[in-house]
Ligand binder design. Structure first.
Ligand SMILES: *Cc1c(COP(=O)(O)O)cnc(C)c1O
Length: 359
């Protein structure tokens, strides 16, 4: 007899993982929207210092990191939650807000973790198609909100399509959502968004206690392996609820120390954002020269439909043979599309050359 698992385990979708973890060093890792640049030396030193006290448990309230974030963003520490990556906070939000009979609204294609939330909780997923320009259709999303809706997620800029909506549209949407419905604005890529000041959305928190801005150290801060994300919240109840459903020492001491130090180096973040925007222009032009029209990116990656003659699997395999890893669209919600993270100039050029050979 085999072990009998809970019914929900059977419902959980697989997270579409990227390959490449056991490949040689020189592969162009353009599949996971990571920073191609390693953390600053001071950040690594802070992590090493924290590792020296690894015999002690970390502070379960994570006070120092929440205080550092409070100073950086002007949001009080009691309205900030931290997590083992922002995915940890997403899943905790699902656990805290959803249950059978409840509804969650999100756009699709959007972040591949979102379908996990209804699957894990037994809530009903309402996935709203993007518009023709691969952007959230906020009117359509607003019209899907019912008395059963507990959580709405807006991914801005959106993964995997790279597009963003301006703050005006986001504000109008937030004003329409009933105050009893939690809105998570997933801003994992906000630092790369040139439409608005990345911190402009923070003002919305003062007027909307149901709003949560979800951010991460995994992308612009370049600390994906350490797993630190945070939520800037309009109210304290969200912080208490996600705290209640998770294990006590959810963000480890090494990651905490690195994140606190990284916050002191906003110049390094600005520099990476600048290089990313240059890569955006480089890839945009390179793709257009191949007859491809990418979505309008405000992120550190691009998204485009392959020409009709090209087959997704063959292109992904051909790129891999040429030392380039990208994400196939099928696993992300759109067959025949590719998502490609901006890398170093050398890797971007390798990708463009390889794609040119394959088309
Ligand atoms: C990468 C990403 C995250 C961040 O995940 P972490 O758990 O913080 O590494 C969150 N949301 C979206 C949409 C992402 O693409």
């Amino acid at each position: 007899m085999a072990i009998e698992f809970s019914e929900r385990v059977g419902r959980l979708p697989d997270y579409p993982v990227a390959g490449g973890y056991s490949l040689p060093d020189d592969v162009a890792m353009l599949a996971s929207n990571e920073s191609p640049w390693p953390p600053a030396p001071a950040v690594l030193e802070a992590a090493a210092r924290a590792a020296a006290s690894a015999n002690r448990y970390p502070d379960p309230s994570n006070f120092a990191l929440r205080e550092a974030l409070a100073r950086r963003y002007g949001v009080p520490a009691n309205r900030i939650a931290v997590g083992n990556g922002s995915v940890d906070l997403l899943m905790a939000a699902g656990e805290a807000l959803l249950e059978p009979g409840a509804e969650i609204v999100y756009a699709w294609p959007a972040f591949s973790v979102y379908p996990h939330l209804p699957a894990a909780s037994g809530a009903t997923a309402v996935a709203v198609p993007l518009d023709a320009r691969h952007r959230h259709d906020l009117d359509a999303m607003a019209s899907e909100i019912t008395v059963a809706t507990r959580l709405v997620i807006v991914c801005n800029p959106n993964n995997p399509t790279s597009t963003a909506l301006g703050l005006e549209e986001i504000t109008a949407f937030v004003e329409k959502v009933p105050p009893s419905v939690c809105i998570i604005l997933d801003e994992a890529y906000c630092e790369f968004n040139l439409l608005d000041d990345p911190d402009a959305s923070i003002d919305l928190l003062e007027r909307h206690p149901n709003l949560v801005l979800l951010r991460t150290f995994s992308k612009a801060y370049g600390l994906a392996a350490l797993r630190v994300g945070y939520a800037l919240c309009g109210g304290e109840p969200f912080v208490r609820a996600v705290h209640a459903v998770r294990q006590p020492f959810v963000v480890n001491a090494v990651a905490t120390a690195a994140a606190i130090e990284a916050l002191k180096h906003s110049d390094a973040v600005a520099e990476r954002v600048e290089k990313t925007v240059m890569a955006r222009v480089e890839l945009d032009e390179g793709l257009r020269a191949l007859g491809i029209e990418p979505a309008e990116s405000q992120a550190n990656f691009c998204w485009f439909d392959l020409p009709d003659c090209a087959e997704e699997d063959a292109v992904v395999a051909g790129l891999r043979e040429r030392g380039v890893l990208v994400r196939a669209g099928r696993a992300l919600g759109r067959e025949g599309a590719l998502r490609v993270t901006y890398g170093t100039t050398e890797h971007n050029q390798r990708f463009l050359r390889a794609l040119g050979e394959l088309l």
